[in-house]
Design a protein around this ligand. Structure first.
Ligand code: OOG
Ligand code: NI
Length: 461
């Protein structure tokens, strides 16, 4: 055992900060966006002191200003398996399986994130991680070329691999090693202007699918966005143009509501970046668009019942109006979405008693000696002994993710693939099963209730 190892939570917090600093330097619009988000969050909370007090009391306030998610796209099973070990050093595990083939994007994905409520409160940094599915590319010769290029690259530094092995062998990293690990791991996520392929091969990969070119052509899986969390996405979206940032026309996810549910997200277009392709005798300068900006607002995590209702209402909306990539029918889409979601209860009490969402229970100030401790959670809340707060959704939404991918790949990228989810293959490549997200929320709710009941019993004794 390493002498006084730095906790995985602390390494994750340092890594997230280092990543944010790097991305700010690489993509200036990200810095502008985070400042706008911070300003709107501060205004939102000063206009609603009760909400600020509630977030403070739950320990949720502090995490929000530093809260980010990022995304990367990997090329091989080996890269995915090693990435799992890298994230494990920071207390992040794969949660959920997302099949994007349905949406014309040849990847499947998971999210690496902390799962323990205390770890989430410390720093909830998450990375949406996709694995390219070359099996969905029809051209066998091109597929073989792409495989050869991917097989020859090493996306992790030697120092990073050594520190992952040490963390595994010794059960953690000491101070100096933790600092070195953050610096070495960051290298994998950096933008490399120097490509691994010639402009000619890049073009052919790009013609097969822009995403294939993005994954195969470079030395590493550059972080393609880093997303701050806002408490009011509509306001940030409305103010983005004044900051020189043009967001996509439609916010992905549920409509605006009194009680936010799941996740609402919007993004803005990728930068065009200069690329040095490998020489093919022409040395023509090239460019690539990979990196973009995104913001998100998170709300109540839904139970399978709530999620099924969400999925149905979204599908109904999209069967009536499909949002066009150019944004020309945005108003019509939002109207259809709002009309469909009128059916979704929009009151915390109805969401809880109807079993649509997950809640965290805690004792109130009310003296517990009169409480019937055998009563249900709902009755204890109704009688004023317990309070219930929404559990925040920590994960992603496949339809939204597909919309984010597409808006940044370009409008022509909507390609048809058969829906071919292959979770077993993904888990085999990952080298571990992905954690079921509903199980995590159900456990968090049950644990909070058990603790709250024990607290009441102690107070009543
Ligand atoms: C990931 C897109 C998905 C989200 O927030 O849903 C995503 C990507 O473009 O690589 O980040
Ligand atoms: Ni994202």
């Amino acid at each position: 055992m390493t002498l006084s190892p730095v906790s995985p939570d602390e390494i994750r917090a340092r890594f997230a900060r280092a990543m944010s600093g790097m991305y700010r330097a690489e993509v200036p619009a990200y810095g502008t966006l985070t400042e706008l988000v911070e300003a709107v969050n501060a205004e939102t909370l000063s206009a609603d002191p009760a909400e600020k007090a509630r977030l403070d009391a739950l320990g949720e306030y502090e995490r929000i200003s530093e809260e980010r998610h990022g995304a990367i796209r990997l090329g091989t099973a080996d890269e995915l398996a090693t990435m799992r070990r890298l994230f494990a050093v920071m207390g992040m595990v794969p949660v959920g399986y997302y099949d994007l083939s349905v949406a014309g994007v040849p990847v499947h994905s998971t999210a690496f994130r902390p799962v323990d409520p205390a770890a989430l409160a410390k720093n909830p940094f998450r990375v949406f991680t996709s694995l390219l599915r070359l099996d969905l590319i029809a051209d066998a010769a091109l597929r073989a070329e792409a495989e050869a290029v991917l097989a020859a690259r090493q996306i992790f530094t030697r120092g990073c691999l050594a520190l992952i092995a040490r963390a595994e062998a010794e059960g953690g990293l000491g101070e100096a090693d933790a600092a070195a690990f953050v610096a070495e791991a960051l290298e994998t996520f950096r933008w490399h202007a120097e490509a691994n392929v010639t402009a000619g091969l890049y073009r052919r990969l790009h013609d097969a699918h822009r995403l294939v070119a993005d994954v195969v052509s470079f030395k590493g899986p550059h972080i393609n966005h880093l997303t701050p969390r806002t408490l009011d996405i509509d306001t940030v979206q409305a103010r983005m143009p004044a900051e020189g940032i043009a967001p996509k026309a439609v916010i992905e996810g549920p409509p605006a509501r009194k009680v936010p549910i799941l996740l609402r997200q919007t993004s803005f277009k990728a930068l065009e970046e200069a690329v040095d392709f490998r020489s093919d005798g022409t040395n023509a300068p090239g460019s690539h668009t990979a990196r973009f900006g995104e913001i998100e607002q998170r709300g109540l995590a839904l139970t399978p019942k709530g999620q099924a209702l969400y999925d149905r209402l979204l599908a109904e909306t999209r069967a009536t109006v499909t949002p066009k990539p150019d944004g020309s029918n945005a108003a019509e889409y939002v109207a259809a979405l709002e009309a469909a979601f009128a059916e979704f209860p929009d009151d915390a009490e109805a969401l809880r008693t109807g079993g649509y969402g997950y809640f965290r229970y805690s004792p109130t100030e009310k003296a517990a000696d009169g409480a019937d401790l055998t009563a249900s959670a709902a009755d204890l809340v109704a009688a004023g002994y317990l309070r219930a707060d929404p559990i925040v959704y920590e994960d992603f939404l496949p339809v939204s993710a597909a919309g984010i991918f597409q808006s940044n790949l370009g409008d022509e990228a909507g390609q048809g693939f058969a829906a071919t989810p292959n979770r077993a293959r993904f888990e085999a490549d990952l080298g571990a099963p992905v954690t079921d997200l509903h199980q995590l929320y159900a456990e968090a709710e049950a644990a909070s209730l058990a603790r709250a009941r024990a607290d009441l019993a102690r107070a009543a004794a």
